[in-house]
Design a protein around this ligand. Sequence first.
Ligand code: ADP
Ligand code: ZN
Ligand code: ZN
Length: 739
Amino acid sequence: MAGYLSIAIDTPLRRLFDYRPPEGMGAGELRVGQRLWVPFGKRRTVGILVGHQAQTSLAEHKIRRAFEAIDTEPVFDKVLLELLVWSADYYRHPVGEVLAAALPVALRKGAGVESTERTWRLTPAGQQDAETLVTSRATRQHALVRTLRASCSPHGLTAGGLDAALPGWRDAARLLIQRGLVEQLERQTVATTPLQGVKQQGPELGNAQQAAITRIEANLDGFATLLLDGVTGSGKTEVYLRAIETVLAQGRQALVLVPEIALTPQLTQRFSDRFSAPLAVLHSALNDSERLAAWRNARNGAAGIVIGTRSAVFAPLARPGLIVVDEEHDASYKQQEGFRYSARDLAIARAQRHGVPVVLGSATPSLESLARLSRPGARTRSEHLVLPQRAGSATAPHIGVIDLRQHAANQGLSTPAMLAIRRHLDAGGQVLLYLNRRGYAPALFCPGCGWAAPCPSCDARLTVHRQDNKLVCHHCAREQAIPATCPVCQAPTKPVGQGTERIEETLGNIFPDVPLVRIDRDNTRRKGELDAAMERIHSGAVRILVGTQMLTKGHHFPDVTLVIVMNADQGLFSTDFRASERLAQSIIQVAGRAGRASRPGEVLIQTEYPDHPLLQQLLAGGYGAFATAALREREAAGWPPFSRLALIRAEATTEDPPMHFLATARRIAKSTRAQVSLLGPAPAPMQRRGDRFRAQLLLQAVAPSQLQTFLAGWISQLDDLPESRKVRWSVDVDPLELF
Ligand code: ADP
Ligand code: ZN
Ligand code: ZN
């Protein structure tokens, strides 16, 4: 076979690069997925072999030779490599960047795949004679011999140990190795532990749980998509645990994805209480060496269970048996910048390639996942597993609305809400107030002339933050002092509207003796702050919880009996076709925090639109009724999941180039007669953000393949447009945010 190598390199170019194999090596000796050191421009960099080629379109003398192979084995197995290359194609992202994103940083820089530890020790000859052969005039060699002899370890000393004892020992070691007195060893540090073993028995399963397990187990032999649709607290996690138990007993591994890093400790704890199999945990707060260690344990099979956030979908698995995506509806599975992949969708694609089932769990399944049930692919098994009731003795909370037109709100809190808080506190319950807006107030107004403090860099208002006494832009993070008077008419200014800080203040005034905690991004940024707050909630030290979205996700608060949704109206009239789905999900999710243990729960939603159909559907029929209606609307309007979208965004420091680039892009598209409709270009809903002007062009197709075929040709044409060099642009396939 002729031998050129197609190599992926971590650069923003949407292509592979051709190389000749290293000196003295045939291309056939190298396997796809292996890393090599290659020359790239003037640099020496890490490349990953993606394929072999008999021919190349380049002139022979222009093809450079790779320097050397880094590993003797591939960093990605075949299935994972194929998945990554496919997803680079699907999301139209440079393949080199995609492969790099899937590797721990240390491996991107050339660290070894396997977990080997290098040590140095005396050879038998050295043991015998080193001290006589090495005179004390060779100071360093002499010192090294003495240090090695003093160590009792039969494996010798590591570089770390030697660095500490003898700075500059490496030269001495090299000379002693040449003289045959010292040797260098490499040894694997991972011990493979058997995966089986349940430390602690789980509770006796309810009927619905048992039925769900039976279906999962019946599907363990091949690819299937199993939607575990269970109300909050119905025991979904318990179902994952049992399914994983079976998978471990087969000697296979489970990959579990969670949306939030904040949820990993809870889940990790539950897994490690239950199983003796080692876990590998992968999330963004790990340092490089922790991440590398977890990656290696996933890869060599030492870890029976691999738990992680979004990018863990790329964790290597020696013996995959099951993939679980917890809270599959969560928007954080979609990466919003760079390589804009959906970890949920890739989990499904990966399960298919491995021939294993994927369990998607949620109390509020995405409309995408619900729609998949009614039109599974030709060879795809797809099942709906429903857990309609809470586990154990917990019962569903009662949900009611408070009509804000009838009950005036004092600083955002209506009288019925206040009375309900009093009632639940008196009965010994905890109370949770949910408002998805941090800060004190969303605007600073002048009652005199109507001025509202604008962000100088964005088409947006500044948010008042009392705690730091600042105005902050939530879009570009710009900060400035709060002016005491209006810059236009000098009248005193006034914060308008509610943020979590203000609700905290209001509650402090009404219930001065009740301990309260606020949880939002502003006061949980530092390490340990969120854990400390959670600890105070669980110990019962605080009785009132005020917070944003952060409080709605997955947390288990056994003593919360009342949940108040402070304002449901933000999502009711949005232009974004996904807004109602998100609102319904967050209401049901936060409602699910109430009454999770033995105490019954109550949920109150404050709204000025109690008759809005969305709220009515949710109240009358729960999430299921809402979802059925919402799917019907999407189908009528032709929105996803009944069509596929891609969004091209462009931005620049001046107004014209983004629109100009997108108009040209549209013109090229029109000439190809593709089965794709184009909407736009139009300025983004917030046109100016962080001093940049933004515009977008939306593409819509009925089938994913139509969109893919079109994008494949079109995107590379855009790369070549002169207009593209005047803007920063990106493509987002299956976008979640349309701005
Ligand atoms: P979900 O993941 O659906 O929110 P969990 O699995 O966390 O639900 O279960 C909620 C609570 O109910 C947990 O405290 C869990 O230990 C408990 N639980 C789950 N299944 C059972 C069961 N079959 N019997 C008794 N308690 C259960
Ligand atoms: Zn004014
Ligand atoms: Zn701004």
